[in-house]
Every structure is written in structure tokens, then in C-alpha cells.
Write a protein that binds this ligand. Structure first.
Ligand code: GLP
Length: 233
């Protein structure tokens, strides 16, 4: 793992955005894995600012989001689909059919998970995937204990994750489940960039840095991957 440490969140976001934009520069058809959460917001802001200048940035780019809540409509303010529209997709020239997010409203979730895996494969696999880090070491919604070879699947959200997301669901029950790319799915991405910022992530970062590998600390699996950058602020 290659570690890069930044003085503050702004500098981390600048670096993350420049990695993303360079990937598009190298391959305009790149397939990106994209995260939600508060950590990538600064990266998206910078990408949007840059792409407004350089029209057609995302014309041939394909994206796959890491996860989505089950049972929350796309246009609900708490959905990850809504988050992506608000922070990225509404402001860039990506073709809507190239911006993939698991469908949390699918009548058969198992079928939806299999479809999502096939779609990633059909696009040629993930080229560059950005990840946030849960304070318990989770990546996407792969909570501690998730097998390292897992594929896209449905997860029951932990109480702490549901509490953390409660402010987005004032008008309805906080979702109990989500669809997430599996750890095996993420590991097949040719390159991975993990973003971690703030005091709340300090312990998880130190645990990751220790090199200990454990299914009880999902991010530790990244030690097996040949092309991982960890950006820390
Ligand atoms: C959620 C998301 C993860 C994200 C994590 C951390 O659990 N499913 O993909 O990495 O939150 O979020 P934040 O960046 O807000 O700390």
C-alpha cells in the first residue's frame, strides 16, 4: 500500500480529484468505482469545477457506485442515487446509462445483485475504485466479518451505521438493509484509492497501517492488492 498524508482535508481532496481526472486523461473510457459518504464530497466538488472548464470530461466514462440502500426510492434525499446526482452526475456530462448504482427498489434483490456483477464484468471490470473507510474498518457496506471473496450482496446494516445515517431519514424509518459490492468485487479493481479523513478515522487508520489482516477489519484486505493508495488527512 502506498500511503500519502496531507495537512488537511482540502489537500486530500485536491489529490483525490487529480488522481480521478488523470485516470480519465489516460483512458477516456475508464471504469470508475465510486463511493458516497462525507469524505469524497471535496473530491467531487473539485472534479465538478474542473470538468465545467473542460467540457466532455465524462463523455465516455463508466461508473459503478459501491452501494445503495434497500427500499429507498432513487429520488429520496437519503438515497445514494440522490447523493450522486447532487454531488456529481447533475454537473457533468456522463451519459445516464453509464452511471450505475445498485437498484435498491428491485423486486428481487438477489437478481439485482447478480445483474450488477454482470454489468461490472460487461464493462470490462473496474479500472479505478475510490473507497471511504468506516470507523470499524468497513469498505462500501462490507461490515466486519464479511468474507474476503464476497460478491455484490444484500447486507443487514448495523445499529451504529443506521444511527449514523438517521439524519437523512427523518420522514421514514432508517433503512435496515443495503446492496453492496462485495470485497471480492472491489479487490478485482485494477487500482484502488482509499480516502480517510478526521479524528473519527484515526484508530481505523492506525489499524490499517499495522498491516494486520483480519476479516474483522475489512479494509485490511487491501494489503493483498498490488495497486492501492491510501490518502490520509
Ligand atoms: C457509509 C458508506 C461507505 C463510507 C462510509 C464512511 O457506510 N456505505 O461507503 O465509506 O459510510 O462515510 P464517511 O465518509 O461519511 O465517513
Amino acid at each position: 500500500m502506498n500511503w500519502e498524508t496531507f495537512a488537511d482535508y482540502g489537500a486530500l481532496s485536491d489529490r483525490a480529484a487529480s488522481i480521478l481526472l488523470a485516470a480519465i486523461g489516460d483512458d477516456p473510457h475508464v471504469v470508475l468505482g465510486l463511493p458516497t459518504g462525507s469524505t469524497p464530497v471535496g473530491m467531487y466538488d473539485r472534479v465538478v469545477a474542473e470538468c465545467a472548464r473542460e467540457y466532455r470530461c465524462f463523455r465516455d466514462v463508466v461508473t459503478f457506485n459501491l452501494d445503495e440502500y434497500v427500499g429507498i426510492p432513487r429520488d429520496h434525499a437519503g438515497s445514494y442515487a440522490h447523493f450522486m446526482q447532487q454531488h456529481l452526475f447533475d454537473h457533468i456530462d456522463i451519459r445516464p446509462e453509464n452511471a450505475h448504482i445498485p437498484n435498491g427498489m428491485a423486486p428481487d434483490r438477489g437478481v439485482e445483485c447478480a445483474r450488477y456483477e454482470r454489468a461490472i464484468g460487461g464493462a470490462g471490470g473496474l479500472g479505478l475504485t475510490f473507497l471511504g473507510l468506516g470507523s470499524n474498518g468497513h469498505i462500501a457496506f462490507n461490515e466486519p466479518g464479511t468474507p474476503f471473496d464476497s460478491r455484490t450482496h444484500v447486507v443487514a446494516l448495523s445499529e451504529s451505521t443506521r444511527r449514523a445515517n438517521a439524519p437523512f431519514f427523518l420522514d421514514q424509518r432508517v433503512p435496515t438493509h443495503a446492496i453492496t459490492m462485495g470485497i471480492g468485487t472491489i479487490l478485482e479493481s485494477r487500482a484502488v484509492v482509499l480516502l480517510a479523513s478526521g479524528e473519527k478515522k484515526r484508530e481505523a487508520i492506525e489499524r490499517l497501517r499495522s498491516g494486520e489482516e483480519s476479516v474483522n477489519f475489512p479494509a485490511s484486505v487491501l494489503g493483498r492488492h498490488p495497486n492501492v493508495r491510501v490518502l490520509v488527512a
